[in-house]
Design a protein around this ligand. Structure first.
Ligand code: GDP
Ligand code: MG
Length: 451
């Protein structure tokens, strides 16, 4: 699987301090595969890889990360920036939080996309969103004159959303429906008019002409391209056709609750230059979320939230002490109980083990669950207590801790002597491990704790 592969490159790169021309190409080959497996369109992948390479070359690898982990971090940030960028200029990743309604009311929102993409469903979801979150008075209308059932469908879901629905019939021309609805919305002081449209199963000149005409009549403030996240490589062609036909202002990515990795997001974003504003996450009326580029980047990479973990390691760990530790281990000075204590504390600092558990891919989390992480968390606190009951000399030279000292330490920490023994044994194992891996300890230690 993909995450296995990424994990493998992450491991392979251990022990190198920088991302270089020679180690980056293997890693990028894997990232490329990862993106293709997520169904990102090929030209988009090529472009993306070139950009990442430029960013990654020569990047320093901080803390206990390997170059592989660092690269995953860079890839993730770049993915998020690409999908979350505010405009076609691809400027900084300014999140686009909501619909633009800056227009003389009614603000018109035009829905475009292939049949089955989720336009009608999304129209109702947006109506509800606008009513609940932005306190707007919302009218919907269907321009789908080819399927009477589609008009009925919009009527039903609009009622669920608590919005008003403007009737239309298959005998009318879509442009006439649009004019009538616009007129009605104006006279009855609606803030927003949502216009659902017909889709075809494939791109079709007549359909494109029709929606262009609708656009001209309505002059919408938002023209949203609704696209099914499960659409794979083909998303790029659909996106191209709609972009050529219409000045798109935003994208809604539907069916993200499915098991696709959602690479279409990247393709569609790249081709249209329009921001992804919302994600559909269920068939239900409340199944709409503001698109979260960072979270989605992790999904595209297929790494669960392992990327977040990498970020957390860079952010949450006390860099100075991690580096001191690494230097110590490298210089052969040895790993003592103070360092062990540091590590325990760093693990706590990262938000606790149970928090960590949430971030692991399901498979790993299930394994870790067996180890009972809340117990492990308590365990860390007890260990901390034990080490804190030791003198500095004992921490530096654990070998001097014989029976009498053990009894004193146990009494001080309020534990049994056996627990002191267990801690010392675990420390020895950790010391052995630290020697082997020269400072890349944290990640490995976390894996160990995960069972
Ligand atoms: P339209 O032809 O573009 O209007 O598409 P519809 O709105 O009729 O949706 C087509 C199908 O996809 C329907 O069965 C919807 O319930 C379903 N659907 C739409 N959005 C989502 C979503 O975000 N998640 C899931 N699971 N299903 C969705
Ligand atoms: Mg429809």
């Amino acid at each position: 699987a993909l995450s296995d592969r990424l994990s493998r490159i992450v491991k392979e790169m251990r022990g190198q301090a920088r991302i270089t021309e020679s180690n980056v190409s293997d890693m990028l080959r894997e990232v490329r595969m990862a993106l293709l497996e997520a169904d990102v369109a090929l030209p988009v992948v090529r472009d993306f890889i070139a950009r990442v390479k430029e960013k990654a070359l020569g990047a320093d690898v901080v803390g206990s990360l390997t170059p592989g982990q660092a690269l995953v971090g860079i890839v993730n940030r770049e993915l998020a920036a690409t999908m979350g960028g505010a405009g076609p200029e691809g400027s900084a990743a300014r999140p686009v939080v909501d619909l633009n309604l800056a227009a003389q009311p009614p603000a018109v929102i035009l829905m475009a996309g292939l049949q089955g993409a989720g336009k009608t469903t999304t129209t109702a979801k947006l109506a509800r969103h606008l009513i609940e979150k932005r306190k707007k008075k919302v009218l919907t209308v269907s321009g789908d004159v080819y399927r009477p059932a589609a008009i009925e469908q919009l009527k039903t879901v609009t009622a669920q959303a608590g919005a008003e629905w403007f009737p239309s019939t298959p005998e009318q021309k879509p442009a006439d429906i649009a004019r009538a609805a616009l007129d009605h919305a104006r006279r009855h002081h609606f803030d927003v008019l949502l216009v659902d449209t017909a889709g075809r199963l494939a791109i079709d000149e007549a359909l494109m002409r029709e929606i262009r005409e609708l656009h001209a009549v309505l002059n919408p403030v938002e023209t949203l391209f609704v696209v099914d996240a499960m659409q794979g490589q083909d998303a790029i062609n659909t996106a191209k056709a709609f972009k050529e036909a219409l000045p798109l202002t935003g994208i809604v990515l539907t069916k993200l609750d499915g098991d696709s990795r959602g690479g279409a997001a990247l393709s569609v974003r790249a081709i249209t230059g329009a921001p992804i504003k919302f994600a559909g996450v269920s068939e239900k009326i409340d199944g709409l979320e503001v698109f979260d580029a960072e979270r989605h980047a992790q999904r595209v990479l297929g790494m669960g939230d392992i990327v977040a973990l990498v970020e957390q390691v860079t952010a949450g760990v006390d860099m100075a002490s991690a580096q001191k530790l690494a230097a110590k281990v490298k210089s052969g000075e040895g790993f003592d109980l103070n360092d062990f204590l540091d590590q325990l504390r760093q693990m706590k600092q990262m938000g606790g083990l149970s928090n960590l558990l949430d971030k692991l891919p399901a498979q790993m989390a299930a394994k870790a669950g067996e180890a009972d992480l809340s117990r492990a968390e308590k365990d860390i606190r007890r260990k901390e207590g034990i080490i804190c009951s030791m003198t500095l000399a004992e921490r530096r030279k654990p070998e001097i801790i014989k029976a009498t000292r053990k009894r004193r330490i146990a009494a001080g920490a309020g534990v049994h002597v056996q627990e002191v023994n267990r801690l010392l044994k675990e420390f020895e194992q950790m010391q052995g491990m630290m020697k082997k891996m020269k400072g890349g300890g944290l990640m490995k230690m976390m894996k160990r704790m995960g069972g």
